[in-house]
Design a protein around this ligand. Sequence first.
Ligand SMILES: C[S@@+](CC[C@H](N)C(=O)[O-])C[C@H]1O[C@@H](n2cnc3c(N)ncnc32)[C@H](O)[C@@H]1O
Length: 147
Amino acid sequence: MLELQRIKISDERLELIQAEAASMPFEDNSIDLITIGFGVRNFDNLNESLTEIHRVLKPGGYLIIIEMFKAEKISSRIFNFYFSKIMPFLGNKLSKSKTAYNYLSDSVQNFLTVPEFTGICNKNGFTLEKSVNNFIGVVNSVYLRKS
Ligand SMILES: C[S@@+](CC[C@H](N)C(=O)[O-])C[C@H]1O[C@@H](n2cnc3c(N)ncnc32)[C@H](O)[C@@H]1O
């Protein structure tokens, strides 16, 4: 993934590194902004990772996440139909994989809703500034600030 990223980002001043979210090689209070795209759902140590992100962010620094969250009640019927039927069918057909999109469907349905997720973030020292629903209540951007 980093090799592909290097092709996309030709500016050599930007250093690409590989590290665990729960153990990052950065000083305390040293980072202005951390963004995570479709990553937190796969973290096997969410609390530890949030503690570490909190450590490296500057006071008032931002953590912005875009993720597929489990839908809340209002949209859950559309969500369940889309995720259990349409998305695995189309995804598996297009990707020519029999299982890749079943994993995605299962992992989203076993993940947290936005309020559940932001509640955990709150316990780890983050204040929710705003959350933006990008797609039928499933894809959301969450803007959190180190308190
Ligand atoms: C679905 S990919 C998304 C990649 C990219 N952000 C994008 O939107 O195309 C999930 C990424 O999260 C990374 N990841 C999962 N758990 C991680 C962890 N504990 N620490 C750091 N990265 C992790 C994986 O290595 C993978 O690159």
